[in-house]
Design a protein around this ligand. Structure first.
Ligand SMILES: Cc1ncc(COP(=O)(O)O)c(C=O)c1O
Length: 388
């Protein structure tokens, strides 16, 4: 059976060039990057090259890049590492759980956290950030591109407000990296999170930009790796892969791949909406990363649609998270004001560098008819349809 993968916001396949770049570091180039002999110097050079590549992607100095085990660790390091008990933190209601749950932990240790609302397009009002500032505010942390809707937040405006108030600003750029250009100087952030597996590097790799001069309390205690900001022997193959993925992301922008991807995403979105009634885009009207569309299909259970599509070879996902057997509607979609049933009927389609025009056509041929079939099976839909 042909299988098409349109769930790249969950994870991306590691690109062949990235696999090739990391391969030697599993075998002949195995040194511990902290060793002073030839083998260690060899891998140290590879790690520092990768740091340069990541710094180029982010517009920062290499010394400002800290390699981590992924987006979750980067978010936790930024959120927990920049504040202490008694501090006030401002965040949004649509953060990834890596930030939201880190903030919940901060509340448990005596911090106060303000969770800002979003509008119907899932946008934060920068004026709300300004209004939420308090004398003890230490950190503003706002996601750059949401993982469910792809909506881009006005991070430059928020960064300006934070800088003027002399408050740290962290942004979770896990879903923005490689999709839109990032310049930490324009954003005026003090910390910015990256995850390798969202940019075609392996799972379990990541980075945190930490602005020069920013004191960050480490999460781990151990050696003086990563300038004492992240203890633990470096994952050399993973870091090399992340560096290569960063280079490929930059090349992608130079080649206009982001524009091509946006055109494919738009074709998919418009094609679906042209064929399916009572459906719409979540986050419509806001600026979004080029690879993502999140569409609600009224009268459908999103999970059922995901399974039905998977049985036909198309991998996508819902905006809903499963916890202890109960399907909770997505906190992101409900924060935007979606009814619970509409949130549950929403599907996320996310393209990757490997996605082709044929993949989009495959999805277009499948989604409308699968939605129609499931609606036919839905007693609620049949009742609504016959009473109209
Ligand atoms: C916006 C965002 N932040 C953080 C994470 C966590 O990243 P990782 O899976 O590398 O821990 C994800 C992963 O889905 C994400 O989408």
């Amino acid at each position: 059976m042909r299988r098409v993968y349109l769930d790249n916001n969950a994870t991306t396949p590691v690109l062949p060039e990235v696999i090739e770049a990391m391969r030697p570091y599993f075998g002949e180039r195995f040194g511990n990057a902290s060793s002073i002999h030839h083998h260690g110097q060899d891998t140290r050079a590879a790690v520092e090259n990768a740091r340069e590549s990541m710094a180029t992607l982010l517009g920062c100095r290499a010394s400002e890049v800290v390699f981590t085990s992924g987006g979750t660790e980067s978010d936790n390091l930024a959120v927990a590492g920049l504040v202490a008990a008694g501090d006030h933190v401002i965040t949004s209601s649509i953060e990834h759980h890596a930030v939201l749950h880190a903030c919940k932990h901060l509340e448990e240790i005596g911090c106060e956290v303000t969770y800002l609302p979003v509008d119907g397009r899932s946008l934060i009002d920068p004026d709300d950030v300004r209004r939420a500032l308090r004398p003890n505010t230490k950190l503003v942390t706002v996601i750059m591109a949401n993982n469910e809707t792809g909506v881009l937040q006005p991070v430059e405006e928020i960064g300006k407000i934070a800088a003027e108030a002399d408050v740290y600003f962290h942004t979770d750029a896990v879903q923005a990296a490689g999709k839109v250009p990032i310049d930490v100087k324009k954003i005026r952030c003090d910390a910015l999170s990256i995850s390798g597996h969202k940019i075609h590097a392996p799972q379990g790799t990541g980075a945190l930009y930490v602005r020069k001069g920013t004191h960050i309390q480490p999460l781990f205690y151990g050696g003086r790796h990563e300038r004492s900001r992240r203890a633990g022997t470096e994952n050399v193959p993973g870091i090399v892969a992340l560096g290569k993925a960063a280079e490929l992301a930059l090349q992608g922008f130079a080649n206009g791949n982001d524009r091509t991807m946006a055109a494919s995403r738009d074709r998919l979105q418009q094609g679906i909406l042209a064929q399916v009634d009572e459906a719409g885009v979540n986050g419509e009207g806001a600026s979004r990363v080029p690879n993502t569309t999140n569409i609600y299909f009224d009268h459908i259970e999103g999970e059922a649609l995901v399974i039905a599509l998977d049985l036909k070879g198309l991998a996508v996902s819902t905006g809903a998270a499963c916890s202890s057997g109960a399907i909770e509607p997505s906190h992101v979609l409900t924060a935007m004001g979606l009814r619970a049933d509409r949130a549950r009927s929403s599907l996320r389609f996310s393209l990757g560098k490997q996605s082709t025009a044929e993949d989009v056509e495959f999805a277009l041929a499948l989604v409308p008819k699968t939605v129609a079939r499931l609606r036919e099976l839905s007693p609620v839909y049949r009742k609504t349809a016959t009473s109209c």
